[in-house]
Design a protein around this ligand. Structure first.
Ligand code: LLP
Length: 426
């Protein structure tokens, strides 16, 4: 619904002709649709209210942490899930109240924990016995109380890509669920620790409600067991992970996630929260890129379409073999008479492939393409590999658009480098 092909203006995103942006800003360029961010956040919230659940949305910053994105989500009533001191400061900078921030992550340093305590974050999701004791010491030294949930690893396979599964035995995340009760009891006695409940997050791009339900059932069991021992459990943070349709996946609707939570944790008188990232942000972004050259191949091998974006900009295809839709912006391109093509970037690695053997219309050098559903884990995962400056970013809303980050100047790439004086003696 956000994207629309117009016979005159070509591909529109939230009503804005993307070619206009490409012409004025150049490519590669990320475009974020504020309207899509808002619509999806509201739809997500609605799925929970329709199940009679009051669930706090803590948007996972890591998916797309641009200040403009965060401002939209703050306006939509989201808190934040952060995983580093940098993300914590970013969320505060965007005006998100510290009390609406949850600090997750498997390796929080002393200085990050101290920052979180000083800022007064709403909850710290602790991932090990060692971290819990360290946090207790730091909080005591500061004379503060840390609001804590224990992140539990429920040993559930989320049935998603191996590299984004986080809830199995052998994954580095969370506290082994068999150890959770003993540690919770310890937490309830530790000075400086205000233990409030449990958290879990089993992975990302999850395409079936079953693993969610299995994980939450296990958490529900823990809640009941803890309470039976006289311990207070008032919050459960259900993590993120809801998948989206990139190609033809049957992604579960938010109602399926709401159902999984309602059926397992719904009746336990808990303050519930989720940490969605991808579901909100992925379809709210496209990456614009221009065709540099075409390169024909012999012997039935797909011809190459060489574009000006690369794996340093959008890492997902090269990292996970991820599939992203690719649509030329021009309205009148024919699909006829092109065989499958392979879309590649200029980076000097054979993994720099956006699409292999893809049926695309006949494009020519200078044509602009949109890589779809790149609003989550897109710009945030960019690097400057091959001395390629970070791409420009644009936000659109209600037919207007605005450059929200200029293309990085090439001089900025080495601005912080210095050369030891002993090398300068020539
Ligand atoms: N909460 C925690 C503790 C997380 O680790 C994550 C994501 C989320 C929430 C948000 O999950 P989401 O709703 O976005 O699935 N770069 C990979 C995805 C990595 C996800 C890491 N953790 C990708 O591009 O597929």
């Amino acid at each position: 619904p956000s994207l629309h092909m117009d016979g005159q203006d070509g591909l529109l995103f939230e009503g804005v002709p993307l070619q206009t942006i490409a012409n004025q800003v150049g490519t590669p360029c990320w475009v974020t649709g504020a309207g899509t961010l808002r619509r999806r956040t509201r739809n997500l919230r609605k799925a929970f209210t329709e199940r009679g659940l009051d669930v706090a949305l803590h948007y996972a910053l890591k998916a797309n942490d641009h200040l403009a994105t965060l401002s939209v989500l703050r306006q939509e009533g989201c808190g934040a899930d952060v995983v580093s001191g940098g993300e914590l400061k970013r969320a505060c900078q965007a005006g998100i109240a510290p009390s609406a921030i949850v600090f997750s992550g498997v390796g929080k340093t002393d200085s990050e924990l101290t920052l979180a305590l000083r800022e007064g974050v709403g909850q710290i999701n602790v991932e090990s016995a060692e971290e819990l004791r360290r946090l207790s010491r730091l909080a005591r030294e500061l004379g503060l109380n840390a609001p804590v949930a224990l992140r539990v690893n429920p040993h559930i396979d989320a049935e998603t890509h191996d590299k984004i599964s986080t809830g199995r035995l052998g994954d580095k995340f969370g506290i082994d669920w068999a150890d959770a009760i003993a540690l919770y009891r310890e937490a309830s006695t530790l000075p400086g620790i205000n233990i409030r409940g449990l958290a879990t997050h089993i992975g990302s791009q999850i395409l079936s409600p079953a693993p969610f339900k299995a994980a939450y059932a296990r958490i529900a069991e823990l809640v009941i067991d803890l309470r039976a021992q006289g311990l207070t459990v008032s919050v459960v943070d259900c993590g993120g992970g809801l998948g989206v349709r990139y190609r033809d996946e049957l992604a579960p609707p938010p109602a399926a996630l709401a159902g999984a939570i309602a059926e397992t944790l719904g009746g336990l008188d808990l303050k519930l929260a989720i940490e969605p990232g991808r579901w909100i942000a992925a379809p709210a972004g496209v990456l614009l890129t221009s065709v540099i050259d075409l390169k024909a191949q012999r012997d039935g091998v797909s011809d190459f379409v060489i574009v000006d974006a690369a794996m340093n900009d959008l890492a997902r295809p090269s990292l996970y073999g991820a599939w992203h839709g690719i649509v030329p912006l021009a309205p009148d391109l024919a699909y006829a008479e092109t065989g499958p093509q392979t879309v590649v970037g200029p980076v000097c690695e054979s993994s720099d492939v956006f699409a292999k053997d893809r049926l695309l219309p006949a494009v020519r050098p200078g044509d602009t393409l949109a890589l779809l559903d790149t609003g989550a884990y897109g710009a945030v995962m960019s690097s400057t590999y091959n001395s390629r400056p970070l791409a420009a970013q644009v936000m659109i809303e209600n037919g207007q658009w605005k450059l929200v980050r200029p293309r990085q100047r090439v001089e900025a790439l080495w601005a912080d480098d210095s050369v030891p004086e002993w090398l300068d003696s020539e």
